[in-house]
Write a protein that binds this ligand. Sequence first.
Ligand code: AMP
Ligand code: TRP
Length: 331
Amino acid sequence: MNRKKILSGIQPTGHLHLGRYFGAVENWVKLQSEYDSIYCVVDYHAITMPYNPIKLKENVWELIYNLLACGIHAENLFIQSKVPEHTELAWILGCMCSYGELSRMTQFKDKSEQIKDKSKDSFVSSGIFTYPVLQAADILIYKADFVPVGKDQDQHLELTRNIAQKFNSVVGKEYFKAPEGMYSSTSKIMSTADPTKKMSASMGDKHNINVFAPIDQIRKQIRSAVTDAGERSDRLSPGVENLFMILKACNSIEEYNLLLNEYKNGTLQYGRFKDIIADAVIERVTPIQNNKAEILKNSKEVKESIKRSSAIIRERASQTISEVKALTGLG
Ligand code: AMP
Ligand code: TRP
């Protein structure tokens, strides 16, 4: 029986933090047993923002080691730039996507604002503008049925579906099918230092808890998490709600229910609460950190295996490109 196909991507920028882990990567690991799953480290996407080439290369391999340590299988993992057909398809799809549609992307608006604020020398690259077309190519080139991502990627998926439809109408054939988003049960982990903001790599170290940070640092970051000013009500403060979400994400459901009851009857002590959460997170990340130590001992072989998987996955992409070129009158 043909298994349904999954494709997702992650940018080689910043840490693999608890938000990325619980919001995406943990789910990717589980999906591998049920679906034909492939996961892509999107280095072509990473160069849409100002970057340092040496750092980029280091980040790509670091992320690969981290993803493998989390449980992604090497044969399911590849590097986007090792499959240049993605960019070839992106060009063709870009010619079927209007300027207006791309201008409406909120990520484009946010990122271009971020750059303008940064320095006089930086500029908004046309790559940031066409970023979602490349993402559509990543997905459509493997004819993925499902795309496991966070809710923040909804708009890009909608655009991917529109591009697929437009392509089909241009070539007069139902060639691409519209992919669906697939969302993990952990919606959005917030920064423990400022729980009104999403935990993210770009906001600075204190705003994300790195899965691979020393255990002491993880404990310290959780201990200093913002909670509330002491006035408890039926509505949890963003900080306390976030800590409960992290506890739930660690699968500590019994403790979660127990502590939530304590919160409701006013007996929950935040010091103890944070220690329990720190223990749960540390229990979860320790085996992952141990896996990474093993992987680093064999980094050469690991690199070879990812180069091999990228070459095998490339064959699938080439097949689509040949068909697309035939359908679009190219080559
Ligand atoms: P990014 O960090 O933007 O490269 O995102 C990689 C994946 O992790 C995407 O599917 C995001 O939706 C997800 N993700 C990133 N940060 C968080 C967060 N704080 N909470 C939940 N999911 C997240
Ligand atoms: N834009 C995605 C993000 O920021 C990363 C990404 C690139 C992606 N290509 C993809 C996600 C293809 C899913 C499918 O998280």
